[in-house]
Write a protein that binds this ligand. Structure first.
Ligand SMILES: Nc1nc2c(c(=O)[nH]1)N[C@H]1C(S)=C(S)[C@@H](COP(=O)(O)OP(=O)(O)OC[C@H]3O[C@@H](n4cnc5c(=O)[nH]c(N)nc54)[C@H](O)[C@@H]3O)O[C@H]1N2
Ligand SMILES: Nc1nc2c(c(=O)[nH]1)N[C@H]1C(S)=C(S)[C@@H](COP(=O)(O)OP(=O)(O)OC[C@H]3O[C@@H](n4cnc5c(=O)[nH]c(N)nc54)[C@H](O)[C@@H]3O)O[C@H]1N2
Ligand code: SF4
Ligand SMILES: [Mo]
Length: 749
């Protein structure tokens, strides 16, 4: 492979792209003297991405160059304008205000919201702890309750670890069923792997099949061997009918899983009434299609995968759980070509972990009495928890948002917009003055991707191929800029009244004490010896170093061994390739001794499902689902010209029959109304939509005053689909919101 020409003043550096889960390898040409990026290409030597990249790869350059991104803390003046202040003053201000609220009204008078990019930044993720410890609040919100939380709940109850995701063995499978996901666009979620199109095509090229089950004929469905329309929210009915067919036709084969799985008979009892005929009206799927799909799946090795379309819906936990049940009943869990468990270099999926208790209802929301579930509250209740009219004296008065834009990404954004104004104090860790952070009293901006080092921490547990990757800092940040971890650590430390260095050391030493010592798996080294050997003085890479050296590929702090350590990791320009996923990791790698196929907590919700069948079979209301797009990442890439250019993308897709019935024309604007609000959007009439279902992307809605996103406002303002999302409707076992399957009315305007 010949490298492209390069001038002598420039340098080629490699790092991974932190924008989406795929974590593609990038080859970046920079001019160090000018601190500028000249070119971004896919890294052909990255074993996972092999040179692939998508248009969003340019986000790291464009965010870095964006003149509107914030570089210094800004504080709101009493007239609503903003002034830059120093870090010292900013930290003191935030700590004093949050501290005062805590003292006067109790810890729960503060709350926090954690947004998606936190998962893409190792420092952000690891240093949430000091802030949370200082706040001590039960009001903990995050994007998880608009995302994968039903899957967490299912896995917690089945395997004993909510973050132990089985990942489709996309590189080897011969039959891939994809429900409620569009990997061609998302690049695979909880199936993190670059170039989904290549992988799906390869399945077909080796004689296998790809089946998409989705209310929209998505980009993935377009290249699939088969696409089946399903009515939104009906997946649990459909999956129970899949189980019914498996039992009725004698196709249940647990294989080696049988030795450590409980609850098979109970699943059979639950599934028996749900014949494909009985659920056909509710799902919109012809019974013979279901039967044939089940037979075909069983005839070949395969992986049955479900993603966000199955999560943010009325029966999110049941649907997510049943996907895993189908994989177990067919012996595809933990098997080659099926769904397997990655082996993270940081060792988070190894034998010997204790199961975390699954706790529910230790506390409840004030306004509606919604129980906490494993420490989470639904993010869409933030507004009612803030409003004096709903939560009274026990209301939330202080809020910290960390890399999140809940006004656009969580339910009933208009209500949240108004509620945020009622807060006594709000501080946002964010790089933009946007729809959410404009309500803050203080914004704390961090360095951006090219200005800090990173480690792909979360996605080594969700990858389609084992890898470990560190990414270097390419440019020195301007003086006075801080990394995420420093900001979070220092904010927590100031609230606790200690120096951030002390908090940083305490965290690390606490971790080492848990991992090492006489009774641990590593009696050969003491926590003190390990501490002395760590390369960095501060920051997240110390914790990563400890995890890696004690992890499955690590050097156990023995420099003579050829195992992984931080120096070797940092020297590996293209990341460290750790091979394909391995089968037969269960039961050792899960905290439970046996798979609980029918956990009581989840099975209890089948009653709610059963009660809804008749109504679902009858109804013919129009419902709204979401849609991801190649050049978006949730709400935050619209201010980047390279990604925002082109025609309006915030369009409502509607089936021609529905359009004719409602008198709607292609290209015209329509008003979409839900129980909570109405918005106006441009309409596209297309038979890619299932009749009765319309689709709108989320993350738009930049036409508001007081934000600094002029490119987004000019090029892709759109309207906010989550203004329509009803915060009152929940998937009960997980407290996750229903953003897919929202009943709407549509009118031409
Ligand atoms: N209707 C509907 N709603 C959805 C979804 C859906 O499918 N349909 N999907 C849901 C899902 S899966 C998710 S994950 C959520 C996302 O929900 P959120 O995480 O709340 O929203 P984002 O748009 O990702 O907001 C990211 C924020 O982080 C800031 N940011 C980005 N990069 C950096 C950085 O490097 N440093 C700092 N300090 N800040 C940064 C951005 O400015 C922005 O404010 O949306 C959810 N909402
Ligand atoms: N380009 C791009 N990539 C992204 C993101 C992005 O915003 N843009 N966001 C990232 C994030 S945060 C996440 S969580 C992942 C999500 O990754 P995916 O899960 O692949 O997300 P979507 O593309 O939203 O796919 C959801 C699909 O579910 C379908 N659907 C809706 N309701 C139902 C239903 O009731 N049943 C069924 N069976 N299907 C339904 C929708 O039509 C849609 O095709 O993507 C990540 N990658
Ligand atoms: S697919 Fe994701 S990780 Fe790969 S270049 Fe695009 S945004 Fe970056
Ligand atoms: Mo997400």
């Amino acid at each position: 492979m010949t490298a492209p020409a390069q001038s002598s003043a420039t340098r080629i550096v490699h790092r991974s792209c932190p924008t989406c889960e795929a974590s593609c390898g990038l080859r970046i040409e920079i001019d160090p003297a000018r601190q500028s990026v000249i070119r971004i290409e896919g890294d052909p030597d990255d074993a996972r991405s092999e040179g692939y990249l998508c248009p969003k790869a340019y986000a790291i350059k464009e965010v870095f160059e964006d003149p509107e991104r914030l570089k210094r803390p800004i504080r709101k003046r009493s007239d609503g304008s903003w002034e830059e202040i120093g870090w010292d003053e900013a930290f003191d201000f935030a700590a004093a205000r949050l501290g005062a609220i805590k003292r006067e009204h109790g810890a729960n008078a503060n709350g926090f919201y954690i947004g998606n990019p936190t998962g893409h930044n190792v420092g952000g993720q690891l240093y949430l702890a000091p802030l949370m410890n200082a706040l001590e609040t039960q009001r903990s919100f995050s994007a998880a309750t608009m995302d994968q939380f039903p899957q967490n709940v299912a896995l917690h109850n089945m395997l004993g670890d909510s973050w132990m995701f089985p990942i489709p063995d996309i590189e080897r499978t011969r039959f891939f069923v994809c429900m409620g996901g569009n990997p061609l666009i998302s690049q695979g979620s909880l199936m993190s792997g670059p170039n989904a199109k290549k992988h799906l095509r390869a399945i077909q090229e080796r004689g296998g099949r790809v089946v998409s089950i989705d209310p929209r004929r998505t980009e993935t469905a377009e290249i699939a061997s088969q696409h089946i329309f399903i009515k939104p929210g009906a997946d649990a009915y459909f999956l129970l009918s899949v189980c019914q067919v498996l039992f009725a036709e004698g196709l249940v084969r647990l294989g080696r899983l049988a030795a450590f799985t409980d609850g098979v008979e109970q699943i059979e009892r639950l599934a028996t009434p749900y014949t494909p005929e009985r659920v056909a009206k509710a799902t919109g799927i012809d019974p013979e299609t279901t039967r044939q799909l089940v037979r075909d799946f069983c005839a070949s090795e395969g992986a049955w995968y479900g993603r966000i379309g199955l999560c943010i819906q009325e029966f999110g936990t049941l649907a997510s759980w049943l996907v895993y049940v189908v994989n177990v009943l067919t012996g595809r869990l933990d098997a080659e070509g099926g769904m397997m468990f990655p082996r993270a270099a940081t060792g988070r999926c190894e034998a010997g972990r204790a199961a975390e208790p699954f706790e529910v209802g230790r506390y409840k929301t004030v306004a509606r009495g919604i129980p906490e579930i494993a420490g989470q509250l639904p993010c869409g209740v933030m507004a009612e928890e803030i409003e004096a009219s709903s939560a009274g004296e026990a209301r939330m008065r202080g809020l910290v948002t960390v890399m999140g834009n809940p006004v656009l990404s969580s339910p009933n954004g208009e209500r949240l917009t108004a509620a945020l104004e009622e807060l006594e104090f709000m501080v946002s860790l964010d790089i933009y003055l946007n729809e959410t952070t404009k309500h803050a009293d203080l914004i704390l901006p961090s360095t951006v991707q090219l200005e800090h080092e990173n480690y792909d921490f979360l996605f080594e547990t969700t990858t389609v191929r084992n890898f470990s990757r560190w990414s270097p800092r390419l440019f020195e940040p301007e003086q006075g800029m801080l990394d995420h971890w420093r900001i979070l650590c220092e904010l927590g430390a100031r609230m606790a009244g200690v120096a951030w260095e002390v908090v940083d050391d305490m965290m690390l030493k606490g971790m080492l004490a848990m991992m090492l010592g006489p009774d641990s798996a590593h009696p050969e080294i003491t926590p003190e010896e390990a501490y002395a050997k760590l390369v960095d003085d501060h920051g997240p890479m110390r914790m990563i170093e400890a995890m890696i050296r004690l992890g499955p590929y690590g050097d156990r702090f023995d420099e003579a061994s050829d195992g992984m350590n931080l120096t070797r990791l940092r020297d590996a320009e293209h990341g460290i390739e750790l091979g394909p996923l391995e089968a037969h990791r269960l039961p050792d790698a899960m905290p439970f001794e046996r798979i609980a196929l029918a956990p009581e907590y989840i099975v209890a919700d089948v009653t709610r499902l059963a009660a809804g069948l008749e109504e679902r079979s009858r109804e013919d209301r129009l419902v709204l689902v979401g849609r991801r797009q190649m050049r978006n990442m949730n709400s935050w890439l619209h201010n980047l010209p390279a990604l925002a250019k082109g025609p309006n993308r915030c369009t409502l897709l509607i089936n021609p029959d529905d359009a004719t019935r409602l008198g709607i024309e292609d290209g015209k604007y329509v008003r979409v109304r839900s129980r909570v609000a109405a918005i106006e959007v441009e309409c596209r009439v297309t038979d890619e939509m299932m009749p009765g279902v319309v689709s709108l992307p989320h993350g738009y809605g930049h036409r508001v005053q007081g934000i600094r996103l002029s490119v987004a406002q000019e090029m892709q303002p759109g309207a906010c689909s989550n203004y329509l999302t009803d915060e009152a409707v929940l998937d009960l076992p997980s407290g996750t919101h229903v953003a897919n399957g929202i009943p709407v009315e549509i009118q031409a305007v």
